[in-house]
Design a protein around this ligand. Structure first.
Ligand SMILES: C[S@@+](CC[C@H](N)C(=O)[O-])C[C@H]1O[C@@H](n2cnc3c(N)ncnc32)[C@H](O)[C@@H]1O
Length: 249
């Protein structure tokens, strides 16, 4: 079995944020598998077959990519951001664990990328400068009760919190419930960053308090970061800086 499978992060949007390691892997690939908009970011070339699929098809995509590698392909599976953060690396390993034994002989590597949480944080300042956690607000793969429990405990532990997948057309109400929980646990004055389409031409950043945060400020291209009790704003003419100091009492 001579094929290989690399699971690569293509960053939050800006090409300059794709690592040289990932660019080299893409230049060598015979087959790239990924969600339609992520594959659309790649430049087609002779010798490369692009396999784009829907976002609900992760396990199928992972199985097809493993099969392709087992047939000798130099396969790259792409995710936006980092492939280990709510993305394809875990899906490929789920398929590998359940799949035929010969898949385990493949050369498999995960190539990291810049995850949306870090890109958004960098644009706003350093809201994740002290202890923080990341929570996926989608209830597609876990029950809402678990999301709410994690939200409450993270807020009670005074973490800054980074929220992926805050709101979609299929899940219009969950984020409103999340905001209600956060207001109960953190009060109304806590800063909230809405960072949309970071590092793309559509980028939009907004900092409000939990009092003023509204569900329609987030969509599926938005990263939401809620500060800890220590997170603050430095006012500047050029726009505020949101940061969390390195020490806490
Ligand atoms: C399925 S998760 C994938 C995360 C990805 N693996 C990563 O590491 O960034 C998709 C979510 O990531 C966030 N996201 C991805 N790219 C983003 C960007 N450029 N700006 C803001 N949020 C982004 C959004 O919350 C979106 O709903």
């Amino acid at each position: 079995m001579s094929g290989s499978i690399l699971i690569a992060g293509i960053g939050p949007g800006d090409e300059a944020l794709i690592t040289p390691q990932v660019s080299a892997a893409l230049a060598e690939a015979t087959d790239v598998f990924g969600y339609i908009p992520y594959v659309a970011r790649l430049v087609p070339r002779a010798g490369l077959t692009l396999h784009a699929s829907d976002n609900r098809a992760e396990l199928d995509r992972a199985g097809q990519a493993l099969d392709c590698a087992a047939s000798g392909g130099r396969v790259v599976v792409v995710s936006s951001g980092d492939p280990g953060v709510f993305a394809m690396a875990a899906a490929v390993f789920e398929a590998l664990e359940a799949g035929p034994a010969h898949w385990r002989d493949l050369d498999i590597q995960v190539l990291p990328g810049i995850t949306a949480m870090l890109a958004a944080s960098a644009r706003a300042g350093a809201p994740l400068g002290h202890d923080f956690c990341a929570i996926n607000l989608s209830d597609n793969l876990k029950p809402w009760a678990l999301i709410e429990r994690r939200l409450r405990l993270a807020a009670q532990a005074d973490f800054a919190m980074a929220f992926y997948n805050p709101r979609s057309q299929a899940r219009p109400d969950g984020f409103a419930r999340a905001l209600a929980v956060l207001r109960e646990e953190c009060g109304l004055d806590r800063p909230v960053l809405f960072a949309r389409a970071v590092t793309t031409p559509d980028e939009a950043l907004r900092v409000v308090t939990l009092r003023d945060a509204r569900p329609d400020m987030a969509d599926m291209r938005t990263m939401v970061i809620v500060g800890s009790s220590q997170t603050r704003l430095i006012a500047r003419d050029a726009g505020p800086i949101l940061y969390t100091p390195r020490s806490a009492s």
